[in-house]
Design a protein around this ligand. Structure first.
Ligand code: SF4
Length: 251
């Protein structure tokens, strides 16, 4: 566990909602633009827990934490301010398979809706926890943007499983100045194909890259417009939403 705190969601479908963020350490890939480099290694270490919702008055404790301690930390924040849901984030939360499974069960038993933020690559743990999730925000990974080589078939299987689980699922696509148009079109077409067999709409959120780490430049306004238009020609439910939490000085 890396941190537990209350903040305003700054990305995709729940932008602007108040959430308790539960951030787990460890990720199975390394995107060039990753803005959570301290959460990438799955190692024991300090975890910071906010005491007052949104005030950043941290207590620092040793991690791993007992699940009871995590639930207690969430409950303290949840009871101070009405929250929309929990953001289970990372790193890649599904990397901690059985532990995440038990954590999500506990959250669900309290009646707290859980949104999973995921890179959409680890299918077996998703199958186990999917029924307890209210929302899934799945990244569509593009090698020309993130520098990784996530297999499109893996992401297609993940998206299908998430939709089948009943969780409200959307897809977030980080776009950069070097986004490969063919790769981008293929990814949007994959989402459109998955959405075609599904009753509820599947929204896509294009997120212009915020320069960080190994990613030095954002896409130009014209590039954003062009990619939005390409996506809309393939799939009708596409919006552009930048990282708003950074614009308003939130975590
Ligand atoms: S999947 Fe997410 S947490 Fe992992 S490296 Fe990429 S951006 Fe960072």
């Amino acid at each position: 566990m890396s941190e537990v705190f209350s903040a305003i969601q700054g990305e995709a479908a729940l932008v602007g909602e108040r959430q308790v963020f539960v951030r787990l350490t460890g990720c199975n890939i390394r995107c060039t633009y990753c803005d959570q480099p301290e959460a990438l290694e799955r190692v024991a270490g300090p975890c910071r827990i906010e005491r007052t919702a949104g005030r950043r008055d941290w207590s620092v404790v040793a991690s791993p934490l007992a699940l009871d301690r995590v639930v207690e930390a969430v409950a303290v924040l949840w009871d101070q301010v009405p929250h929309h849901s929990i953001s289970l984030t990372g790193g890649e939360p599904l990397l901690q398979g059985s532990r995440v499974e038990r954590l999500v069960e506990r959250f669900a038993s309290h009646g707290w809706p859980v949104m999973l933020e995921t890179n959409g690559t680890l299918l077996p743990p998703l199958r186990r926890i999917g029924p307890d999730l209210a929302y899934v925000s799945m990244d569509l990974k593009l090698p020309s943007v993130d520098g990784e080589l996530v297999a499109p078939t893996t992401q297609a299987g993940f998206l299908a499983a998430s939709l089948a689980s009943g969780a409200t699922t959307w897809v977030k696509v980080v776009i950069g100045p070097d986004t490969d148009p063919d790769e981008f079109d293929a990814g949007i077409a994959m989402v459109a194909a998955a959405a075609a067999g599904h009753d509820a709409p599947v929204e896509v959120f294009l997120q212009p890259l915020t320069p960080f780490g190994g990613a030095a430049a954002a896409p130009t306004p014209d590039q954003v417009l062009e990619l939005h238009e390409r996506a809309l020609r393939i799939h009708r439910r596409v919006r552009v939403v930048p990282q708003t939490h950074k614009a308003i000085g939130q975590l």
